[in-house]
Ligand binder design. Sequence first.
Ligand code: F6R
Length: 348
Amino acid sequence: TQSKDLDHHFRGQAIVTFLDQPIDAPLKNRYDVGRRDIMRIIQTTDFQEMSRTAALLILNLLLNNPQAVIGLATGHTPKGLYREWVLARYSLGIAMNGLHFCHLDEYLGLGSDHPESMAAILRQQLIQPLGITPDRIHYMPGTAEDPEQACREYEALIAQLGGLDLQILGIGQNGHIAFNEPGTPFDQHAHVTTLSPSTRKANASAFSNKETPAQAMTLGPATIMGSRRILLMASGSSKATAIQNMLEGPLDENCPATLLRFHPNATLVLDREAAAKLSPATLQPAEYNHPIPLSVFAKTTPLLDSPQRILVCAPHPDDASISCGGTLARLKQEGHELLFISMTTGHR
Ligand code: F6R
């Protein structure tokens, strides 16, 4: 029945192509607060829709890059995404065995076989259900004798794999990403960090003794910025202030997530509660905030045989992007030249 549910949601449904759309494509969604801030924001109603939207983004990436190297977060936020992803493996039959997975962070002192480690959670929620073989999941070694050296080696491993194609992220209530707590220098790579009281409190329920370890290993802001794509999800009112600071506050190491505004290919999937404190201006380019539809099944065949110059006529720019934005984006990606003409009475 799970597979039936998924078919119901996915079959013939729109697939979001934002993740693979170069930022300088004509249909970009530019989030601009007067500096070089660029970010795509997709608003969804609730946790489930956020999870499903993120899953669609990722499946689209996997269809185009079955050898992708993907950085995985743990925590409450990505749980629904991982569930959808696992269901999709069975109902859509997308190959997952060419992927590599890297771990975003791990508690210091917990080995990957410790049941409360982030590694164990990832294994249970995603890695095992996807049937990923151990050589394709790379955990951060929380029990390494020299954790700082282990961090450097982990960075080297990511580089050896060709770098991250996608980093999946949540966000902490204090604006942390991975375990980069407020104050972490933006140029820092993987390192050992001391968790803030609010992070320890937020994660305590995951531990049988209700105590979060004091320290962790984490990829750094610089490592995360090195990923070719970023997908950050946030759900619930407890994240609304962090999202507001991230998008509307000053660029500041005291809110590590603000750095992501400068990533050239970052997508944010928020549910309504997490987006509740954003000003209308932040969400303003509404026509580009809608997912662009494109069939998941047709993505691999080029739309046209040879390069073309295409004239697109629409009564209003909205009509072009809403009705066939995915197709237009894809035509552009496939090297065709597009010219847009909008016909309007000029009354708005
Ligand atoms: C987890 C991680 C953290 C979480 C963040 C939000 O791997 O890196 O940054 O993403 O603490 O946690 P949740 O999703 O539990 O609210």
